[in-house]
Write a protein that binds this ligand. Structure first.
Ligand code: HC0
Ligand code: SF4
Length: 573
């Protein structure tokens, strides 16, 4: 342990601790901007400077390690002046469109200006060259708002193992961009949106599709239906002051009906359907020498990552489309027939925690109904903006149910939203189908939680099934490399593109770096997802009566010809 004083107060911390962490331990908040715990600790922005007795200059506390007897001062006139000048210089070269910026009132730069008491900007000078890149189906970059903190760069490189953005050029010309300042649409970006969650300002945002949905809702010719993803029910409430991970499953249908949707359905329904198809696909491959490990294919960021970086695993991917896409295909065929509406008049909106889903719905494979199966994808954040625009306060909504039949679901569908959930849901069904016996304890806790890679061996009547789960593409990379080298071998693997699974999706409400340090949002929202599961009367996908009815009336059985035509696809090199 090391003992030091901070502003005269004694503090003991382990060797290797930074001054910033030591200060936090005694409740002292030092302002930061580029710092993102464990992801970006580079001392670049110099907002966190402090005086260290004996040191020649002010030091960046986020990278300066403590030492025995050190005396630190966090609040001297020199420290305050330096931070203010740094911030004013940043603001002097910033696009100050604050009231119309996507991050207005949720911007770390704005917050710092308030906290540091910046009342005017004393410097006026050149503005840096900027690019507005909106060619990607998912992500918009506006470098006029970039503060060069590199949080997005570190996230893309270190967390996601992708690395398609970096600081280009030098000095005042520095710009965070893909190679040769190309568009994100033209490089191997996987549209995960994790860079957006890392951005402290409005330099990165999702492609906004809210106008297209308002237009559809206002069109009397259109039958506008909506599906809501598993993870949104534990995050949307955060935008309405209900606390991180608040469960708002039943408030969502009420709010969406008031917005004008004709039917409010649930992706949890088609998640159950996915399990029926994927569970049988697994059993088929296991028992008939098919390609193993079977790897889940419902996370579109992961699919794109696999296509670009690990094409040798494409044959391992489940041929099942994702629940969002299965929903669209079923909505424009089975549901259209059932309600007697021409599928060309049906407009399918998805509310997803994900930016890559915007890209997924536009893929050419996703038109098996004869139309684009899902018309528009909105992120959790976009839905929240629309609700606010319509004056609908989610927090004040009564409890209502989803509509029949595509709104009926089980707990197995709900847990898709957390890392390990697809695997657990599949195991619940695979076990019962393979053994013909009831699974008494449905909880496979070995595959739950935020550890990067989880493994388990499940005994199914003497058949030992080895499974692994990875979330976040950096972890996926590690897992795939181990499989490739022969170091590990599995029968069934779940990969989700985002850390924490969909609860940590790139379209979810954004936490500041400070809040991320205080609380693991992946864990909080993940626990809420499992609570949703426990509260459901049915917890196994094959028990979903609406899914059973769909098979009886339309699909026949899992892996039938009709299922293959509508619900499956192939990804090729
Ligand atoms: Fe997910 Fe999904 S679980 S990817 O994270 O599989 O986005 O929540 O909707 O499709 O169900 C996201 C979440 C979904 C899909 C489902 C899967
Ligand atoms: Fe990187 Fe994902 Fe952002 Fe693309 S969307 S730049 S892959 S973090």
């Amino acid at each position: 342990m090391v003992t030091l004083t901070i502003d005269g107060e004694k503090v003991q911390v382990p060797k290797g601790t930074t001054i910033l962490e030591a200060a936090r331990k005694i409740g002292k908040k030092i302002p930061t901007l580029c710092f993102l715990k464990e992801i970006n600790e580079i001392g670049a922005c110099r907002m966190c400077v402090v005086e260290v007795k004996g040191a020649r200059a002010l030091q960046a506390s986020c990278v300066y390690p403590v030492s025995e007897g050190m005396e630190v001062f966090t609040n001297t006139p020199a420290v305050r002046e330096s931070r203010k000048i740094t911030l004013e210089l940043l603001l002097s070269d910033h696009n100050l469109e604050c009231p119309t910026c996507i991050r207005n009132l949720n911007c770390e730069l704005q917050k710092l200006a308030e906290e540091l008491g910046i009342k005017s900007i004393h410097f006026e000078g050149e503005k840096h060259r900027s690019i507005y890149d909106d060619f990607s189906p998912s992500i918009v970059r506006d470098t006029s708002k970039c503060v060069l903190c590199r949080r997005c760069v570190s996230t893309c490189h270190k967390v996601q193992g992708v690395g398609v953005i970096s600081p280009n050029h030098r000095g005042f010309e520095t710009m965070v961009a893909p190679v040769f300042d190309m568009s994100l649409a033209d490089v191997a970006c996987v549209n995960c949106g994790q860079c957006i969650l890392a951005c402290p300002v409005g330099a990165l945002k999702e492609k906004d599709d809210t106008d297209r949905v308002w237009k559809a809702l206002a069109d009397p010719e259109k039958h506008v239906i909506v599906q809501i993803a598993p993870a949104v029910r534990v995050s949307l409430g955060e935008e309405f002051g209900l606390g991180r991970g608040a469960i708002v499953t039943k408030k969502i249908p009420a709010a969406l009906r008031r917005m004008g949707f004709d039917r409010v359905f649930d992706t949890d329904f088609s998640a159950d359907l996915t399990i029926m198809e994927e569970g049988h696909e697994f059993i088929e491959r296991l028992q008939h020498g098919g390609k193993l490990p079977l790897i889940t294919s419902c996370s579109p960021g992961w699919i794109k990552f696999c296509e670009h970086y690990y094409p040798e695993f494409l044959e391992n991917l489940s041929t099942c489309k994702s629940p969002q896409q299965m929903f669209g295909a079923v909505a424009k065929t089975y549901y259209a027939q059932k309600v007697g509406i021409d599928p060309s008049k049906i407009f399918v909106v998805s509310i997803m925690p994900c930016t890559a889903k915007k890209y997924e719905c536009q893929r050419p494979e996703m038109r098996s109904s004869g139309y684009q199966d899902v018309d528009v994808v909105l992120t959790t954040r976009e839905l929240s903006r629309m609700l606010k625009e319509a004056g609908i306060n989610l927090a004040a909504m009564p409890d209502e149910d989803f509509d029949d039949p595509l709104g009926i679901s089980t707990g197995a569908g709900a847990i898709f939203g957390a890392t390990g959930g697809v695997m657990e849901a599949a195991l619940r069904t695979v076990y019962e189908v393979m053994t013909g016996r009831e699974l008494k304890d449905v909880e496979f806790t070995e595959v739950r939680g935020v550890e990067g890679i989880k493994e388990a061996t499940i005994d199914i009547d003497g058949v030992k099934v080895n499974v692994a789960v990875a979330h976040g593409l950096g972890n996926a990379r590690k897992l795939l490399d181990r499989i490739k080298s022969g170091e590990a071998s599995y029968h069934f693997v779940e990969i989700m593109g985002c850390p924490g699974g969909c609860v940590g999706g790139g379209g979810q409400p954004i936490l500041s770096a400070g809040e991320r340090w205080e609380l693991d949002y992946r864990e909080v929202r993940g626990s809420a997802i499992y609570e949703v599961d426990r509260s459901m009367p049915l917890r196994k996908s094959h028990e979903n009566p609406a899914v059973q009815q769909l098979y009886r009336e339309f699909l026949g059985k899992p892996l039938s010809e009709k299922s293959h035509e509508l619900l499956h696809t192939h990804y090729t090199r």
